[in-house]
Design a protein. Structure first.
Length: 288
C-alpha cells in the first residue's frame, strides 16, 4: 500500500524542527530512522499531515562522555552504537542490547532516539534506559527539559512528549568499573521482537551486592523496573539461591498480556528464567 498524502520538511536545525511541529499543531510526525513509522504510514495506520525529517540535523548525531554519563544524540544510528569502542568500554550493556536489535539493515537506519521515542515495550533500548536510570532530554518551544524513564514511558507506543517536542538526547550513567551486566531475551526467530527480555546490572563489593538494577521488555505496556527483585539481591551475596528468589519475584511483578505469540503465563515464566540467566551472566563478569 501507499501512504496517504502528506507534506515533507527537512529542517537543518533543531529549532526549525520544533517550529514546524508547533506549526502543524499535533498533526505532524517526526521521521528519524523510519523503521516503524514508514510501515505504519504505508498501511495507513498513521496519517500525519506532514513529516518533519530529522536526518539533516547533524547536531543530533553523536556519542560523547560527559559528567559521568554517555550521551547519545537522538539521531545516532544503532549501528554506530554497536561499533563504538567508547560504548563497549563504558556501557557494555548498551552494546549487548544493540546486538539484539532486529537485523543489520534495521540497525543501519534505526536511531537511538527513534527507538526510545517510539516506545515499543518489546524494544531493547527502553529497557536499558529504565534499568540504568537514564535521562531523556526533550526540546520544545518552551525550551529544554530532562525527563526520567518512569515519566517518559506512558503506555504502549505512547510517551509524555508533547506534539511539538522532540527527544534530542539520551543520557546513560556510566556504571562503576567491575560492574556486571547482561541482556537476555527470548524471541521466536532471530530478529523478531522479544516475547520477554531482561536488562541487568549488578555491582558488588567484598562479596556483597551493593547495587542491582533489573528492567524488562515485552512484559507490559512499558518497560518495568523490577525494584522488589532488586531488593532481594542488594545487601546479600550473588549466589544461585539469590538469583532464583529474584527470578521468582520478577515473575510476580509483571502483568503481561496474552496475544497470538505467547500467553501471559508463558511471558511470566520467561521473565523468571531470563532474570536468572541474566543475573548469572552479570555476576560472572564482576571484576572482569
Amino acid at each position: 500500500m501507499k501512504p496517504a498524502q502528506f507534506e515533507y520538511h527537512a529542517p537543518a536545525t533543531i529549532e526549525e524542527a520544533v517550529a514546524l511541529l508547533k506549526q502543524y499543531s499535533g498533526e505532524a510526525k517526526v521521521l528519524a530512522g523510519g523503521q516503524s513509522l514508514v510501515p505504519l504510514m504505508n498501511f495507513r495506520l498513521s496519517r500525519p499531515a506532514a513529516l518533519v525529517d530529522l536526518n539533516r540535523i547533524d547536531a543530533l548525531a553523536y556519542i560523547k562522555e560527559e559528567s559521568g554519563q554517555l550521551r547519545f544524540g537522538a539521531m545516532t544510528r544503532q549501528r554506530t552504537v554497536e561499533r563504538s569502542d567508547l560504548v563497549r568500554s563504558r556501557i557494555p550493556l548498551m552494546t549487548e542490547a544493540t546486538d539484539l536489535v532486529g537485523h543489520l539493515p534495521i540497525r543501519t537506519r534505526g536511531t537511538v532516539g527513534g527507538s526510545v521515542a517510539h516506545a515499543d515495550p518489546a524494544a531493547e533500548y527502553p529497557a536499558v534506559v529504565t534499568a540504568l536510570e537514564g535521562e531523556l532530554v526533550v526540546r520544545g518551544p518552551g525550551g529544554e527539559r530532562v525527563v526520567r524513564p518512569a515519566e517518559f514511558f506512558v503506555t504502549y507506543l505512547t510517551t509524555s512528549l508533547a506534539p511539538d517536542e522532540i527527544l534530542t538526547e539520551v543520557r546513560l550513567p556510566i556504571p562503576p568499573r567491575g560492574s556486571g551486566w547482561a541482556f537476555e531475551e527470548f524471541s521466536r526467530r532471530h530478529g523478531d521482537f522479544a516475547l520477554a527480555g531482561i536488562a541487568a546490572l549488578v555491582v558488588a563489593e567484598r562479596g556483597k551486592c551493593t547495587k542491582a538494577r533489573l528492567a524488562t521488555c515485552g512484559t507490559g505496556p512499558t518497560p518495568i523496573r523490577l525494584r522488589a527483585a532488586e531488593e532481594i539481591l542488594e545487601g546479600g551475596g550473588l549466589d544461585e539461591q539469590a538469583f532464583q528468589r529474584a527470578g521468582a519475584r520478577a515473575a510476580e511483578l509483571v502483568s503481561p498480556d496474552s496475544d497470538i505469540h505467547a500467553s501471559a503465563d508463558y511471558r511470566r515464566h520467561l521473565t523468571k528464567v531470563l532474570t536468572v540467566r541474566a543475573l548469572r551472566r552479570a555476576a560472572a563478569k564482576i571484576g572482569g
